[in-house]
Design a protein around this ligand. Structure first.
Ligand code: IMP
Length: 434
């Protein structure tokens, strides 16, 4: 029998059901109060999870954001791609602010390592203008390409000097050829690269573990585990708006593949969604605002990337996307964030379907050509005038905001279990179905 609520469940996945930046960091922070082990299972430092705790802001790129709470263990699973320099810097910054990473951070020996050639190839390809995706330029795609091409260097290799040297020698032959001939760039020097990464290896070695085994033992010991998704469902390499996606499986299935636990171990999935929609980078976005509204919501919601600082594109809530994601991920409930950003609007639109020629569809098309031909169909709801940010329960929200949330629940078919109305830890409350 599958437990339905986050408080009953043992192994919970929290993930974004839009295009990322849904405010997962904050929800994870709230949840991590009850959790022992936190796991990142895909993506890399393309992610930026912001948590505001006791008035201080923390931005996490690789380390699970739940580690803000003392005594927790945070695992970077095999599905994550790791830039060692970024990870070490993040650990040092957290240590300097009193957060223990020495004993808390664990890294799967099967996670892949990002090297400078990955970043250079990512940036060079984007700059060439061919098939521009609007990536974060962190080398994420090229690193996953090497993983799938079976030429990646894993954390377990990084900490073994012979394996690192051999892997780098082989890879540099090909990478330098591409950098020089395709992009007219300088080659990368083996000795310098080997020396730099050998230093990183010394720092990271004490953190390296068999990730799947760590989780198995945690489950045997009846620990509560939280799997933190990065990016969002619509950026999933298979089910997102391909090719305008990231290079990993950001959907719930990715939690198993990217950490080494069986699907039957997951007993609760919480989808996180904004009360409206945003995306960064290129690609389709059916409910995108036009100029005036774009600026207004971007400013109110401070919609600038936590990793790259890029302005996010903003639009109305798209129930077609949300419903698609809720099904794909098997979400039990959703957490709605940034409701306060819509405060004071005269009316609020929700996209309830797409017009495709003479047809109305309510499923998300699986190909881009069809999606590009779709026009959103909106339902207009009355806005609310009071502030939502001081509410501590559903009943304290303005009646129109309650109606808006009820309508979202109806459209996506599952309940809202948590509502966030501001960036502070305290500005959120659980509903009866938590
Ligand atoms: P990449 O992950 O850097 O390869 O970028 C691929 C696409 O995913 C681009 O459109 C990025 O803007 C987007 N993306 C990657 N990570 C995030 C994230 O954490 N939040 C939102 N968008 C992201």
């Amino acid at each position: 029998m599958m437990p339905m609520t986050p408080s009953e469940a043992k192994n919970i996945v929290v993930l974004g059901v839009q295009w990322g930046d849904e405010g997962k960091g904050k929800i994870i922070d709230v949840l991590s109060e009850e959790v022992d082990v936190l796991v990142r299972y895909q993506g890399g430092n393309n992610a930026g999870h912001t948590v505001i705790a006791k008035g201080e802001e923390f931005v996490f790129h690789l380390i699970p954001s739940g580690l803000l709470r003392p005594g927790r263990v945070g695992l970077l699973g095999n599905g994550v791609v790791i830039d060692p320099a970024v990870l070490i810097e993040e650990m040092q910054l957290l240590e300097a602010r009193g957060i223990n990473t020495v004993d808390a951070v664990k890294i799967s020996d099967q996670a892949h390592v990002i090297f400078p050639y990955h970043k250079r190839l990512d940036l060079a390809r984007e700059a060439s203008g061919d098939r521009r995706i609007g990536t974060t330029g962190r080398g994420i795609g090229p690193c996953y390409m090497d993983k799938v091409a079976r030429m990646g260097i894993r954390i377990g290799d990084l900490i073994q000097p012979e394996a690192l040297a051999e892997g780098l020698k082989q890879n540099l032959k090909e990478k330098n050829r591409v950098l020089e001939t395709s992009y007219g760039e300088k080659p990368i020097n083996f000795d310098e690269l080997f020396a730099e990464y050998s230093e990183y290896a010394k720092v990271l070695a004490p953190h390296v573990v068999n990730g799947s085994l760590l989780l198995r033992e945690a489950m045997d010991a009846n620990k509560k585990i939280l799997f933190e998704g990065a990016q969002g469902t619509m950026l999933d390499i298979d089910f997102g708006t391909y090719p305008y996606v990231t290079s990993s499986n950001a959907t719930a299935g990715g939690a198993c593949i990217g950490s080494g636990v069986p699907p039957t171990a997951i007993d609760c999935v919480i989808g996180v969604l904004k009360a409206y929609t945003t995306r960064v980078g290129e690609g389709p976005f059916p409910t995108e605002f036009s100029e005036g509204m774009m600026e207004e919501i971007r400013t109110r919601g401070n919609e600038f990337g936590a990793t790259t600082g890029r302005p996010r594109r903003c639009g109305w809530f798209d129930a077609v996307i949300a419903k698609h994601s809720v099904w794909l991920n098997g979400c039990n409930s959703v957490a709605v964030t940034k409701l306060d950003v819509l405060d004071g609007l005269e009316s609020v639109d929700i996209c309830v379907g797409y017009r495709l020629g003479n047809e109305t569809i309510t499923h998300f098309p699986s190909d881009l050509k069809t999606l590009n031909a779709c026009q959103p169909i909106y339902e207009t709801m009355p806005g609310w005038q009071g502030a939502t940010s001081d509410a501590s329960c559903l009943e304290e929200l303005p009646p129109e905001a309650q109606t808006y949330l009820k309508r979202l629940e109806q459209l996506i078919g599952i309940p809202v279990s948590l509502i966030s109305t501001g960036s502070a830890r305290e500005q959120s409350f659980k509903t009866a179905c938590w």
